[in-house]
Design a protein. Structure first.
Length: 262
């Protein structure tokens, strides 16, 4: 029980350092784009270039109209960018903060918040293209604006527990970070991002076994179909609850050991 309480206390104390980890996350981005003329603008530019190429190639194979598929692809890829970033960044949550962990007596959760916030900043660069696409193709629905705050909370909570669980696991077993990266690259093609479920025909029934589909649905369906996908929200909620529970348990046992694994 003391370990469990210590994990919760660490998370609460880490939140009090929010101005510090926000500064660290922003500095991470500046270092990533250091000496670049465009700077963080590359986040948006890379998104637009990738989106444009995929739209040209896959729009001819889509079963829906070009307008619908353009919004479908834009929203799906923006959501996937956040999910992919949360998982990949999560594997390096503590490894990338090795110097801080060994050099400063900070709450371990500071590095988790830093990873999540850095991923959020990267995701913000995809919002303008998404808004432009929705405005240009005229598919904006009021349901999307109602659900956006809840989608953001669900995504951030998921990124939080993923950072703790994968960050702890990959600190102890470094091979898992490479395995997870490879797995996410495969999942990109197994998830309906650049293709539509209807294109699978009879095999579409297997898509429901992909958990990432439900995370895409909660942001896609309100925009495209003007309705709230309650069944997808229920599954996302279950995943989030289980993930947070697993994160607290994992953090309880690994919080004091991580420094020795780095």
């Amino acid at each position: 029980m003391s370990a469990f309480k210590g994990a919760l206390t660490d998370i609460a104390q880490g939140w009090k350092y929010r101005s510090f980890w926000q500064l660290l996350a922003w500095n991470d981005l500046k270092q990533r784009f250091r000496r670049s003329w465009i700077g963080v603008g590359w986040i948006m530019l890379a998104f637009i270039l990738f989106l444009g190429s995929k739209l040209v190639i896959f729009s001819f194979m889509a079963s829906s109209t070009f307008t619908v598929f353009a919004v479908y692809l834009t929203i799906g890829f923006a959501a996937w960018r956040f999910i992919m970033g949360a998982v990949i960044e999560g594997t390096n949550t503590f490894v990338s903060s090795e110097n801080w962990i060994k050099g400063e007596p900070l709450p371990m959760s500071v590095h988790v918040y830093r990873s999540v916030y850095r991923n959020l900043l990267l995701a913000l660069g995809t919002i303008p293209p998404v808004m432009v696409a929705c405005w240009y193709f005229g598919t904006s629905n009021p349901q999307i604006w109602i659900s956006i705050p809840f989608v953001l909370v669900a995504y951030l909570l998921s990124a939080f527990w993923i950072s703790i669980v994968l960050g702890s696991l990959c600190s102890r077993y470094r091979d898992f970070s490479h395995l997870i990266l490879t797995t996410m690259q495969i999942m990109f093609f197994l998830t309906p991002i650049i293709w539509e479920v209807g294109m699978l025909g009879a095999k579409a029934k297997y898509v429901k076994f992909n958990p990432f589909v439900y995370y895409l649905d909660i942001v896609r369906i309100p925009m495209l179909e003007a309705r709230i996908p309650w069944s997808s929200w229920m599954i996302v909620g279950i995943f989030t609850a289980i993930g947070l529970t697993a994160a607290i348990i994992t953090f309880s046992f690994t919080r004091r050991r991580i420094v020795f694994w780095l």
